[in-house]
Design a protein around this ligand. Structure first.
Ligand code: AMP
Ligand code: MG
Length: 492
């Protein structure tokens, strides 16, 4: 009675597979051997109206590991291209991910479901089609954490693992992460067809994306210009969130840019710990093209590549006008987020020096970005012990830190929220828990010993990142010394 298995209701069909055949290649997964359950996100399961405990069942695990067929699914690898580190690559595509299809939830939302690490595809090039357990855990935890932080992102439903060996710098083991998003279309999907002079495909893809995801453009008189403008605005808002929360993507190639403005393709990402705008989280990024402070301008570079790909649909002038909204949108979104982080109703005298000077201080003192803002939540209108906790991180710059605090106090007296609500509002804007690299590494090391409890515990903290809980006190601490040498690279 296979039709009654919960797995067979996972997707209702695959509408992407109904596009012209040049959009994808039907590809069967290569099963993981003897797969086992590693983790589930109850929150992603709830989004899909799935019972999280069902996902740990053998039939679900086998299907997510590519062993068993799933009713209604048509597994496809989608075609895309992209600019990687600024260089044009005409053919990329899903080299290790397979799109199963989509599921509609009770709210009427349609979610695409993808298996990442499900084996070779015609787009694998030199790759093995696999994802290692290490990178799957990082992607799983970070997508769920980002969502809880309010940052637009793809989601992760589950991880299944296997003892199958996968060779990176050292032998590791394989895993499949089940990813969920309204759409996995990338800037690079448009670039792929544009580079082939396939204007019809560019239009078909734009129409599909607009009709499904851009109601604001669907009804517009000049729908393609409105579409590009919306993509630019959504991208701007997501980048504003990244900068405000201290997130660095690491590989902002155009094939990793979601057309919906979601954070997509978690590889060598990082959350900034010691404040440093020149920080480069990806050790493979030798020139620092994607360093923290460069993210806003790189996103615009990528939007220009998208605009060029949409050339069959709109003239240059309209494209330029659509992209002109990017910078003001980013600036407004970023300043609004920072204003919330500081607990201000408005910027004092319309000046942002307060913020810039805090960043400068944090840079000099190499202060922890997340902890500094979290400690600032406790600072009151008149001096208390919270001042000492705040100043602790600025030991070498104690005098400057104290004088900054006095200016901050003056600002909250004139421009702050009421004293009774400010601390709570600030705690809701400044997370206690982010996915620090060493926390991910600790959970990974435990999982490599087949103990998955650390993933579950970390996920529980990261899903309520603004709510400080005593049992998770260890997760709020900056990295210990041993973690200074941890490196992440493109190897995943
Ligand atoms: P990424 O850097 O992970 O965004 O991937 C860039 C391109 O390389 C995409 O086309 C991926 O599908 C492909 N790719 C990355 N890793 C692998 C792998 N292990 N096997 C096959 N293709 C891969
Ligand atoms: Mg990618």
């Amino acid at each position: 009675m296979s039709a009654e298995r919960p797995i067979d209701t996972l997707v209702t069909g695959n509408s992407y597979a109904e596009l012209p055949s040049r959009f994808f290649v039907p590809t069967a997964p290569t099963p993981l051997r003897d797969p086992y359950f590693v983790a589930v996100s109850p929150h992603a399961a709830a989004l899909l109206d799935l019972d999280p405990s069902a996902i740990a069942e053998p039939s679900f695990v086998r299907a997510l590991a590519g062993s068993d067929a799933i009713a209604g699914a048509t597994t496809i690898a989608t075609a895309y291209a992209g600019h990687q580190f600024g260089s044009w690559v005409p053919q990329l595509g899903d080299g290790r991910a397979l799109l199963l299809g989509e599921r509609r939830n009770a709210l009427g939302e349609s979610w695409e479901i993808q298996l990442k690490g499900a084996g070779e595809t015609p787009f694998s090039r030199m790759g093995d089609g696999r994802a290692v357990l290490r990178s799957s855990i990082r992607e799983f935890l970070c997508s769920e954490a980002m969502d809880a932080l309010g940052v637009p992102t793809t989601r992760a439903l589950a991880i299944v693992g296997s003892d199958d060996a996968v060779y990176r710098e050292t032998p590791e083991t394989a895993a499949v992460v089940t990813r969920v998003a309204p759409s996995f279309v990338r800037f690079g999907t448009f670039e792929y067809f544009a580079a082939r002079g396939d204007a019809e495909a560019v239009r078909t893809l734009a129409d599909r994306v607009i009709d499904r995801h851009f109601p604001e453009a669907a009804g517009a008189e000049r729908r393609y210009a409105a579409f590009l403008q919306s993509v630019a605005e959504r991208t701007a808002r997501t980048i504003a969130h990244w900068q405000a929360v201290g997130f660095q993507h690491g590989v902002m190639n155009t094939d990793n840019m979601s057309i919906l403005g979601l954070t997509l393709d978690y590889g060598p990402f990082g959350f900034m710990e010691r404040y440093d705008p020149d920080w480069i989280c990806n050790h493979s990024d030798h020139l620092g093209r994607y360093r923290f402070a460069a993210q806003p301008s790189i996103a615009l570079w990528n939007l220009r590549a998208l605009a060029a790909a949409l050339e069959p649909l709109l003239d240059e002038e309209s494209a330029a006008a659509a992209l002109a909204c990017y910078e003001p949108e980013l600036r407004a979104a970023y300043l609004a987020l920072c204003r919330r982080k500081l607990g201000l109703r408005e910027w004092p005298d319309d000046s942002y020096d307060l913020l810039g000077d805090l960043f400068a201080l944090m840079g000099h003192a190499r202060a922890d970005y997340t902890q500094t803002f979290r400690r600032l939540c406790e600072v009151a209108a008149s001096p208390t012990d919270a001042d000492e906790a705040f100043c602790e991180a600025f030991a070498a710059r104690d005098v400057e830190a104290r004088s900054w605090l006095e200016r901050y106090r003056a600002a909250i007296r004139t421009s702050g929220l009421g004293e009774d609500v400010r601390a709570a509002a600030m705690r809701a804007a400044n997370p206690a828990y982010i996915l620090r690299n060493y926390l991910a590494q600790t959970a990974i090391s435990r999982a490599q010993q087949r103990d998955y409890s650390a993933i579950e515990r970390l996920l529980a903290a990261l899903r309520a990142p603004f709510e400080e809980r005593p049992e998770f006190a260890d997760f709020a601490r900056p990295a210990p010394e041993w973690a200074e040498s941890l490196e992440v690279s493109c190897s995943s």
